[in-house]
Design a protein around this ligand. Structure first.
Ligand code: EPZ
Length: 430
């Protein structure tokens, strides 16, 4: 099993350039099938979730061609098979975006129940609610979600919870529905706005993305488009937190500072300095960090996808911090791994109480999901001694060239593949 081995205790210093946003790219790739045409998409991150989406497109009959690093051409002229098979869909969550996109393209779709990070129940009732409101018929049998519609009709949909996925799926189905669709209590994340901008560049008529009311006038036809994906808000936040946690100094380039405001505010409160430029932010960690309370909320609140990372930083802060997970019922599984490194964190349901500062020590740990894996990387960079992170496939689902980026900031990290691992790596490293 491939591992990362990190020798920690050194501040991260230097510059890092952020890749395209995973959660925008996944939605935009699915959206490309709404036109029988070619799209050229730039700033696509080379990560396993994106590559699985490309495999799904190719299985459907849509060739995907890499024109240059990060730039792909997708030709969706001929989609023969509106089905997403289990063996691909189960590896990630965003495969279910093909439900809305295929409904919009050919009025029926079958997609296996999705996989994705395991932090408790991840229902899809709001997706089904939106499809049924647009007169589609949805059923789940043999692990497949099946949706079909004679004619999708615009509808007024009020989401019971703020949901990124259902907002995206409803947009994908609505752009070619007959009439006006209004989404109320819609998600406002940056990747929702990016998807709306991409769809509008294909000829859709979407207004209000980024607010909690999105209006979509259905159009007859859509066409291909050239588009560049926004930088990844969560990758940028991950490096901002890593810089502060290791008392380092990092210039994070290719960002949209507006997307990082809630993260910057917390880092300022813990005592780091954050300087914003047009498309970069400079984070300088202070010798001592102060405790702070965090509650994760839908955008523009503090992102849930930054919760493991900020919790790790707070193990280095003076005093007791309280982290409340406002989105997912069980997103503290990684705390057991941090405890193996000496962290003093009590978890009770959706609340974690973090004592600090604690000198973390290197240990063998696992990445329990994508952002938990990022937290392990930050913890390992803070820790004294060697840390070995297993199950790194979680991390490589969502972070492009993560080892190279940390190495460029002075981290002592290397990837050990199965073939190299003969004796336990830590014994060699200690
Ligand atoms: C997206 O997941 C992201 N994934 C997640 O990021 C992120 O944590 C999440 O949004 C919240 O921002 C992708 O974009 C691929 P939701 P999604 O629907 O769409 C409840 C990462 O690290 N809900 O916004 O699955 C749900 O239980 C990943 O990049 C329903 O009740 O999240 C949760 O409590 C991890 N019914 C809340 O809404 C539904 O039908 C938010 O879920 C749908 C959701």
């Amino acid at each position: 099993m491939d591992k990362y081995v990190i020798h920690g205790g050194k501040p991260l210093k230097g510059e890092v350039t952020i890749s395209g946003a995973k959660n925008a790219a996944l939605a935009i790739i699915a959206a490309s099938i709404l036109a029988e045409d070619r799209c050229v998409i730039e700033n696509v991150p080379d990560i396993s979730d994106v590559n699985i989406m490309f495999q799904i497109l190719q299985m459907m009959g849509a060739p995907v061609r890499m024109l240059s690093p990060g730039t792909v051409e997708i030709d969706t002229t001929n989609i023969m098979l509106p089905v997403v098979p289990y063996e691909l869909a189960r590896q990630m969550r965003a495969s279910y975006y093909f439900l809305g996109a295929l409904l919009g393209r050919c009025s029926h779709a079958s997609v296996s129940m999705p996989g994705g990070c395991d932090f408790g129940l991840r229902p899809i009732d709001q997706h089904i609610k939106a499809f049924e409101a647009m007169e589609a018929v949805a059923s789940i049998d043999h692990g497949m979600i099946n949706v079909s519609a004679e004619q999708l009709l615009g509808a007024h949909i009020y989401f019971d919870v703020v949901t990124v996925g259902a907002t995206i799926n409803a947009m994908l189905a609505a752009v070619k529905a007959k009439g006006l669709t209004i989404l109320e209590n819609a998600a406002k994340e940056p990747h929702i706005v990016d998807l709306a901008n991409f769809l509008n560049s294909m000829g859709a008529d979407i207004r209000g993305a980024g607010t909690d009311v999105i209006k979509i006038h259905g159009v007859e036809e859509m066409h291909g488009a050239d588009y560049s994906i926004i930088p990844d808000q969560i990758e940028a936040g991950t490096f901002m937190v890593a810089a502060a946690a290791t008392h380092g100094e990092v210039l994070i380039k290719n960002v949209i500072p507006k997307h990082l405001e809630s993260i910057a505010e917390k880092l300022l409160r813990v005592g780091a300095s954050v300087t914003e430029y047009d498309d970069s932010v400079l984070v300088v960690g202070s010798p001592t960090l102060q405790r702070v309370n965090v509650k994760t909320l839908p955008h523009p609140g503090f992102p849930t996808d930054m919760q493991p990372q900020i919790t790790t930083l707070l193990t280095q802060a003076e005093g007791t911090s309280i982290v409340t997970e406002g989105i997912w019922p069980n997103r503290f599984r990684y705390v057991d791994e941090l405890r193996r490194m000496g962290a003093k964190i009590q978890v009770d349901g959706v609340v974690a109480v973090v004592e600090g500062p604690i000198e973390l020590t290197g240990a063998p740990v696992k990445a329990t999901d994508l952002r938990a894996g990022a937290a392990m990387l930050i913890a390992a960079c803070c820790a004294k001694g060697a840390t070995e992170i297993e199950d790194i496939y979680h991390i490589e689902r969502g972070y492009e060239n993560i080892v190279e980026k940390f190495v460029s900031l002075g981290a002592d990290i290397r990837k050990v593949t199965d073939s190299e691992v003969s004796a336990p790596v830590l014994s060699q490293a200690l």
